[in-house]
Write a protein that binds this ligand. Structure first.
Ligand SMILES: [Fe+2]
Ligand SMILES: [Fe+2]
Length: 263
């Protein structure tokens, strides 16, 4: 199979002003707004974990060329984390104990980073990076956030573009470390379970606070998402990941990044 070469990573130091963003910023839809909010609360700790996993692998490999690529990846993820922390402040203002959420996720992630085999945290990073690129695709081709507040759409689009751009970095490092498809698949299973539990709990908490948890419109919106972009991620995108010949650039979606740059 011929596939495109991984693109060069560009550092785009953006800052977003989230003041005045309404609670249900996505066309008034509580489910999509809160799903992305809940996802965002996982990212500062999650992206820190990816950075640690990649840095550990860099030490193991000691390849200057790879070190440079990993540092570019780290710089992108570090900026994402910074902006997500600022984005998440909106939730803190609503009275959500973000520090408690961070602490509990950190405990789990820290335990994984303590494991002797650096391929394990790296395999988790590869799996989650596949999911973030898939979500990024859905954002950039207008399938999920098309009716969002402009500043929030700009923010998620920026993050999505860079997730697509750097989607093969963790995978390439994983392969260089001798990681195989078995561990990669197993850690996707683990990652999905962790995401379902953590993301699910946070989403339910946010919807309960909004007083819409038991509303019929909430379930209708959830069902629409599962029939649409998110259903596709949970089926087609996961199936692609489980293929033996999986490579992030088997799917060339860089045109979405180029189109976003032109906008
Ligand atoms: Fe990121
Ligand atoms: Fe990423």
């Amino acid at each position: 199979m011929t596939r495109r070469a991984a693109p060069a990573l560009v550092l785009r130091a953006r800052m977003f002003d989230f003041s005045g963003v309404p609670r249900h910023w996505c066309g008034g839809d509580a489910v999509r707004s809160r799903l992305f909010d809940a996802f965002s609360t996982l990212l500062p700790v999650g992206e820190r974990f990816f950075i640690e996993a990649l840095r550990r692998a860099a030490v193991e490999l000691g390849d200057p060329e790879l070190d440079e690529l990993i540092e570019q990846f780290v710089r992108q993820e570090a900026l994402h984390s910074r902006e997500h922390r600022r984005y998440n402040e909106r939730l803190r203002e609503e009275g959500i104990d973000l520090d408690r959420w961070d602490r509990s996720l950190k405990r789990t992630m820290w335990r994984v980073l303590q494991l002797r085999d650096p391929r394990i945290p790296l395999a988790i990073t590869v799996a989650v990076e596949h999911l973030t690129a898939a979500i990024g695709r859905a954002v950039l081709d207008g399938r999920v956030l098309d009716d969002a507040e402009p500043i929030v759409l700009a923010f998620w689009s920026w993050h999505s573009a860079e997730e697509i751009e750097h989607k093969s970095v963790a995978f390439e490092v994983y392969e260089r470390l001798g990681g195989g498809p078995g561990l990669r698949r197993a850690m996707m299973g683990w990652g999905l379970l962790l995401l379902a539990i953590r993301l699910g709990a946070r989403l339910v908490d946010l919807l309960r606070r909004d007083g819409v948890l038991f509303e019929r419109a909430t379930y209708r919106a959830g069902a629409r998402l599962l029939r649409g972009a998110f259903g596709q991620i949970l089926t087609t995108e996961i199936a692609a990941y489980f293929r033996r010949d999986f490579h992030p650039w088997n799917r060339d979606d860089y045109h979405l990044v180029e189109a976003w740059e032109r906008r």
